[in-house]
Ligand binder design. Structure first.
Ligand code: WT7
Length: 592
């Protein structure tokens, strides 16, 4: 390993700022004209390439603009933008001036955005006038306008122009391109401690509001760059195509920080897997010469339904590694990805990790290139990761061929350090369930051979198309509906989305409402409060929910009903009102 590549914390007297320039300056010194970003815009064939020199310039101008606008070291800037070079430059500009960024996925509603801005106490928001996705224009600035109405901390909104359409600007709004062009292309990076905050990223938990996980400077960068290089077998000159959104941790770690720290060329995908047709990914692979493709099982499952031709129409000989992330990949999807997309010659790396872990923790690679990869298995812990499986008593399961709660037994560089403003929630969520271990919230199986397979969440978190959704968060919204007394949201297996959402609703006494009308109302509320992906697929009105005598909703029972496993309801003797279960079963919708 090259010495100069390790983030060096040089301290006050060390080589000036050397370690903070890892993603840009040092590559500009050695290869300024290398392409850093390929912005794969919505319309195929209209990609824009940005070199390291250009990205450093954009970042410096933006850094200077942020400083001129009063952003200081330690502040937190919220970024609400689709994948585009200015979004990356905004993240890096924050890092450069010592501010934290808080990127919010641009599919979140204004209320969800407002929650995150308020919790982060941002005075500055960066957005675009409009987004463009799947041929449609999305009014992102309008969403920001609605959000900031309820965010007293916000003093200014920087607006970049993704489309040529003008949008209403207020006194608070700053035209981003116009103002940044007035700035100098040199912006000295600020010296930060290795444990200072790099960014916040909100994610759903099983209780309460989404939590702002905090990642720090040196450990995060080291971990993302190492995993990017070794899990995907990334080499200088490769084109890395991660098709996630920058609003998720996958985008932070494997579109922005990992690849850029490694001096790589990284793709920013603005479109959808089916625009303008289901061949989009593979046409893009051919056109851009992508070497590593990193995507989500939900998209693979969707595409395989359209047939092999959409893949075979394009030349995929550039591909070397195929990655999967976000949810378990079923064998059928894995096989198709391997056989059809990769022509049977590219290793498929199913990578398990979380917002909390910062980077990949379990994956088939690195390992001997000839080492076996079992379909649908994340397989091997990354260097420095010590997984442990624990049983319900909190005992470590030391033998192979066992299943338990997936924990990690020692710290690693990329792990989140806290939840913004809620350190107690951090320790309670991750360190109290199994004292001495970091608890991931997932269950896992360790095979006879010692390989890991992720089973799924053990807590009340649903994974919809790779997006995390807390049942409590959803129920909170549903319960705000005037006719609703209480509700329970349950995940069920869905052949494209991985999990779908099924909501049981108890109406207030004397409320009469058509189920269709109620369903429509609830869907609107959920997309307004959270995001479209969180909308329930099924809503069932019930007289009461099965509860224990102490008043806890028996989710286990509801889950069985939804999965139509009513023969295996288990012990119902602790139920307060056993009849409630039969009623729930008889009213249960057939899932398609
Ligand atoms: C949860 C984390 C990791 C970045 C994207 C999601 C599930 C993630 C896998 C996988 C099975 C997976 C887990 C995890 N998950 N990758 N390869 N196999 N499950 O990040 O939103 O923080 O979600 O996604 O349940 O806990 P996230």
């Amino acid at each position: 390993m090259r010495q100069d590549w390790i983030p060096l914390n040089c301290g006050e007297n060390g080589v000036k700022n050397k370690w903070k320039v890892n993603c840009l300056d040092r590559h500009v010194q050695t290869c300024p004209e290398r392409v850093a970003l390929i912005w794969e815009r919505d319309e195929p064939g209209t990609e824009v390439k940005i070199t390291y020199r250009q990205l450093l310039e954009l970042t410096c101008r933006l850094g200077n603009l942020l400083k001129r606008q009063g952003v200081r070291r330690g502040d937190c800037v919220t970024i609400y933008m689709p994948p585009c070079p200015l979004a990356v430059a905004s993240m890096l500009a924050c890092a450069r001036i010592g501010a934290a960024h808080n990127v919010v996925f641009a599919g979140f509603s204004s209320e969800a955005l407002a929650d995150r801005i308020r919790d982060a106490q941002s005075s500055t928001v960066i957005t675009v006038n409009q987004g463009v996705r799947g041929g449609k224009v999305v009014d992102l600035k309008r969403t920001v306008d609605q959000a900031v109405q309820n965010c007293p901390s916000v003093q200014q909104v920087l607006v970049a122009m993704r489309t040529e359409n003008t949008v209403a600007m207020t006194d608070r709004d700053v035209p981003l391109e116009e103002e940044m062009m007035k700035e100098d292309v040199v912006c000295e990076p600020v010296a930060m401690d290795s444990e200072d905050v790099l960014f916040l990223l909100y994610t759903s938990g099983s209780t309460g509001k989404p939590k702002g996980l905090v990642h720090t400077q040196a450990g995060y960068l080291l971990y993302t760059s190492l995993t990017h290089r070794y899990v995907f077998n990334y080499h200088d000159g490769d084109v890395f195509g991660c098709v996630a959104d920058i609003g998720w941790i996958t985008g932070h770690s494997y579109i922005v920080y990992g690849p850029l720290c490694n001096g790589g060329t990284t793709v920013l995908f603005e479109s959808t897997p089916v625009y303008p047709n289901p061949g989009r990914y593979w046409e893009m692979v051919e056109r851009l010469g992508i070497n590593q493709f990193y995507g989500a099982p939900t998209a693979i499952r969707l595409l395989l339904k359209y047939g092999d031709e959409w893949v075979q129409n394009y030349n995929r000989s550039s591909l070397k590694t195929l990655g999967s992330v976000g949810e378990p990949i079923n064998t059928e999807a894995w096989e198709w990805y391997h056989r059809v997309v990769g022509d049977g010659r590219c290793p498929v790396v199913d990578t398990w990790w979380q917002t909390e872990t910062g980077g990949i923790c379990i994956a088939p690679r690195p390992s001997d290139p000839e080492a076996e990869i079992v379909p649908g298995m994340a397989m091997r812990p990354f260097y420095g990761i010590k997984p442990a499986l624990l049983d319900t008593e909190g005992e470590v399961l030391s033998s192979n061929d066992s299943t338990g709660a997936l924990c990690i037994s020692q710290a690693w560089p990329g792990m989140a350090r806290t939840i913004h403003n809620h350190h107690q929630r951090f320790t309670e969520t991750y360190f109290h369930p199994y004292p001495g271990f970091f608890f991931t919230g997932d269950g896992a199986h360790r095979s006879k051979e010692g390989y890991y397979q992720i089973v799924g969440r053990l807590d009340d978190v649903i994974n919809v198309s790779g997006h995390r959704l807390g049942t409590a968060e959803l129920e909170d919204v549903v319960n705000q509906c005037p006719g609703v007394a209480e509700s329970a949201a349950i995940g069920y297996s869905h052949d494209i989305k991985g999990e779908g959402v099924y909501v049981f609703v108890v109406l207030k006494k004397a409320v009469m409402v058509e189920e269709d009308v109620l369903a429509q109302q609830l869907r609107e509320m959920v997309s307004r409060s959270i995001a479209k992906y969180a909308c329930p697929d099924f809503i069932q009105v019930v007289r009461c929910l099965p509860k224990t005598r102490s008043g806890k909703i028996m989710r286990r029972v509801l889950r069985k009903v939804v999965e139509r496993n009513t023969d295996e309801l288990g012990d119902l003797s602790t139920l307060d009102d056993p009849d409630s279960v039969h009623e729930v079963i008889s009213g249960h919708r057939r899932l398609c």
